[in-house]
Design a binder for this molecule. Structure first.
Ligand code: KMT
Ligand code: NI
Length: 185
């Protein structure tokens, strides 16, 4: 895992877009984004360390997704597109990387939208990320073009993205998220 500010260059989303400005675990924590490293061998199933975190946080469901051309087949192009639309979910979600790599971009909010920034989080095998409900984020593969991830859900194994817009700006889960985290000025 490595987190840094996205450079905002309008080139291929799969490139690193590394501004060179690092982001600490502390900053992620302030945004409600939590991180653990839990080693897993290639081909091994989900390690017990992941089960322990899931249990403690009240998770009941999970699935495993292969985001790759082979894994998604006909759905590949549409999925890749929808994952990279800025969106939020009404549930907290855990992503645990079993293999491959990719980028989760999370929005650092600001008093004014033009002061907001994207934080790019490179996730690789063994990385566990908790995204709080209500945070704006997006996902892309990197140039390796594949990731295998366990998706853990607190309730139903549903994945409903709410794309950012006037509706999400007044979504109660978004409001709860903003009031739960420290104001960033
Ligand atoms: C999300 O919430 O954006 C995703 O789950 C992306 C795919 S998981 C590798
Ligand atoms: Ni999402």
């Amino acid at each position: 895992m490595r987190a840094y500010y996205f450079d905002d260059e309008p080139t291929d989303q799969r490139l690193p877009h590394d501004s060179g400005e690092e982001v600490s675990l502390d900053t992620l924590d302030q945004l409600g984004v939590l991180y653990w490293s839990i080693p897993v061998a290639e081909g091994e199933s989900i390690p017990s360390g992941v089960d322990a975190i899931a249990k403690e946080r009240g998770y009941k469901n999970r699935d495993v997704i292969n985001v790759s051309k082979e894994g998604l087949g006909d759905l590949y192009e549409t999925k890749i597109k929808s994952f990279f639309e800025e969106h939020m979910h009404e549930d907290e979600e855990i992503r645990y990387i079993l293999g491959g790599s990719g980028f989760f971009d999370v929005r650092k909010h600001a008093p004014h939208p033009n002061q907001e920034r994207w934080i790019r989080i490179l996730c690789e095998q063994g990385d566990l990320l908790v995204l709080p409900s209500g945070i704006y984020h997006r996902f892309t593969l990197d140039t390796n073009n594949k990731i295998k991830a366990a998706r853990l859900f607190q309730d139903e194994p549903k994945w409903i993205p709410h794309n950012r817009g006037p509706q999400t700006d007044v979504n109660p889960y978004r409001a709860d998220y903003l009031s739960a985290i420290q104001p960033i000025s």
